[in-house]
Design a protein around this ligand. Structure first.
Ligand code: ADP
Length: 405
C-alpha cells in the first residue's frame, strides 16, 4: 500500500505544511489514510493529522469529505455538538504522489477499543447511557441542522474524550481518553461474538443444536410462490450484509460467562444446511422483535429469496420468540425494571417500519437516557416539538412511499 497512489510513508518527527505540524506518533489507520498525532506549532496544541492515499479516487473522496466536514465545523462554533472538528486541510506531495491531509482536533481511543479493554464484559450502564446521549446529540445536529445522514455508525467511529475532569479544559469537549495498550488490542480475536438472543448461555454448542433443529423442521417451499418484489428498489441484501459488519469479536471461550457479558452484537447470523446467513439474520430479527409486517417482508428486491407469499421465511419455519426485555432479564440478569426501561428505549429504534422509528431528537427526550450520573451535559438543540419540520417530513416521506408502492 506504500506505493504510487497509496499511503505516504510518515515518520515521527516529519513536518507538514511548511512546519505547521510535527508528527509525534501513529494514532491509527483506515482504508483511505493513516492518522497521526501531531504537534500544531502555530497553536501549541495536539492535533490528529490524517494523510490520505494519493490516487485520484481518494483525493476526490477526501475533497468531498472536506466540504461536509467544513459545514459540520461551521455549524458548531462552540464545540458542543459531539462531532469531530476539522481544523485545517492542505496537500502534501511525496514520492507516492499528492496526498490530501486533514487536521482534526485530537480525540481519544475509539469505542471498540474500550469494549475490547473490558474483555467484552461491557461497560457500565451509566457510561452506556452517556455515550448514547452524546451520539444522539451529534446525530440530531447532523440530521436537523445540516440534513446529513451518517450511514457508518459503529464503535470504531465513536471517539472518546474523558469527562472526568472537564475543569481542566472547560471550553473544549474534554480531554482525549486514551486507554493503556492491552494484548486484546492486537491482533483481533478470532470467532464472532454471540448475538444477544443467541441462547441463554451463549454456548456455541447450543447454537449449533438450535440450527440443526431448525434444519430438521424446515420444509421445502416448492410452491413457486412469487413475492411482490421490486417495489422500492431498496437493496435488502446490502442492508443485511452490512448490519453487523465491524461487529466486536471475541473468542469462543465462554468461561467466566455468568450472564454478565454485554459486549455482544445484536444479531450474529450463520448459514445452515438449508438456509443462508441472510435468512438466519431475518429469523434472529423476528425472534427478537416479532414478525416482520408482510408488506415489508414482501416489498424488497430479494423478498422472494427469503419469504413465501404469506410473509413466512422459506426455510426457517420454527421461530423461538425471545423479546428483548426477556433477553435482558434471562441472559444478562437485568432487573425487571432496568430491562423494561432499556427495551422501551431500544425496541422502537429497531422497528421494522422505518417511519415508526423515533428520530434522534425524540430519543433525546427518552427517560432512559436521564437516569444516571453524568459528567457532562452537551448542548441539545431546541425541543423538536417546537421545530418538528424534519420529524414530520421524514414520516411523511415514508407514508408517501408506502402509498405509492
Ligand atoms: P479512514 O477514513 O481512512 O477509515 P478513520 O477516520 O477511520 O480513517 O481513522 C482511522 C483511525 O485513526 C480511527 O479508528 C482512530 O483510531 C484514529 N483517529 C481518527 N481520527 C482521530 C482523531 N481526531 N483523534 C484521535 N484518533 C483519531
Amino acid at each position: 500500500e506504500y506505493r504510487r497512489g497509496g499511503y505516504h510513508a510518515v515518520r515521527v518527527g516529519d513536518s507538514f505544511n511548511k512546519g505547521a505540524y510535527v508528527v509525534q506518533s501513529k494514532l491509527g489507520w483506515g482504508h483511505f489514510s493513516t492518522v497521526w498525532l501531531a504537534w500544531d506549532t502555530n497553536h501549541s496544541r495536539y492535533v490528529a493529522l490524517k494523510v490520505q492515499k494519493s490516487a485520484q479516487h481518494y483525493t476526490e473522496a477526501a475533497m468531498d469529505e472536506i466540504k461536509i466536514l467544513k459545514q459540520i465545523a461551521d455549524g458548531d462554533p462552540d464545540d458542543s455538538r459531539c462531532v469531530v472538528k476539522l481544523l485545517d486541510h492542505f496537500k502534501h506531495s511525496g514520492p507516492n504522489g499528492n496526498h490530501v491531509c486533514m487536521v482534526f482536533e485530537f480525540l481519544g481511543d475509539n469505542l471498540l477499543t474500550l469494549i475490547k479493554y473490558t474483555d467484552y464484559h461491557g461497560i457500565p450502564l451509566p457510561m452506556v447511557k452517556e455515550i448514547c446521549r452524546h451520539v444522539l446529540v451529534g446525530l440530531d445536529y447532523l440530521h436537523r441542522v445540516l440534513a446529513i445522514i451518517h450511514t457508518d455508525l459503529k464503535p470504531e467511529n465513536i471517539l472518546l474524550v474523558s469527562t472526568i475532569d472537564p475543569s481542566k479544559n472547560p471550553r473544549k469537549s474534554g480531554v482525549p481518553l486514551v486507554l493503556p495498550a492491552t494484548e486484546a488490542d492486537d491482533p483481533p480475536p478470532k470467532a464472532p461474538a454471540p448475538s444477544v438472543n443467541g441462547g441463554p448461555t451463549k454456548s456455541q454448542k447450543k447454537k449449533i443444536r438450535r440450527k440443526a433443529k431448525r434444519a430438521a423442521t424446515a420444509t421445502s417451499e416448492g410452491s413457486g410462490a412469487v413475492a411482490s418484489g421490486d417495489t422500492d428498489g431498496s437493496d435488502d441484501r446490502g442492508d443485511l450484509s452490512t448490519a453487523n459488519e465491524g461487529s466486536p469479536n471475541q473468542d469462543g471461550d465462554n468461561k467466566g460467562d455468568k450472564g454478565t457479558r454485554r459486549g455482544d452484537v445484536l444479531f450474529d447470523p450463520h448459514s445452515g444446511d438449508n438456509f443462508e446467513r441472510d435468512e438466519d439474520h431475518l429469523a434472529l430479527m423476528m425472534e427478537l422483535l416479532g414478525m416482520m409486517p408482510r408488506k415489508i417482508a414482501l416489498g424488497g428486491r430479494y423478498s422472494r429469496e427469503f419469504f413465501n407469499r404469506y410473509g413466512d421465511l422459506r426455510h426457517i419455519r420454527r421461530l423461538r420468540f425471545w423479546p428483548l426485555n426477556k433477553v435482558l432479564v434471562d441472559k444478562y440478569r437485568f432487573s425487571e425494571r432496568d430491562s423494561n426501561d432499556m427495551a422501551d428505549f431500544l425496541v422502537p429504534i429497531l422497528d421494522f417500519v422505518p417511519g415508526k422509528r423515533p428520530v434522534a431528537a425524540q430519543l433525546l427526550q427518552h427517560p432512559w437516557l436521564d437516569a444516571g450520573p453524568f459528567h457532562r451535559q452537551p448542548k441539545t438543540l431546541p425541543d423538536p416539538t417546537e421545530n418538528s419540520v424534519d420529524v414530520v417530513s421524514e414520516k411523511q416521506r415514508f407514508e408517501n412511499q408506502e402509498r405509492d408502492a
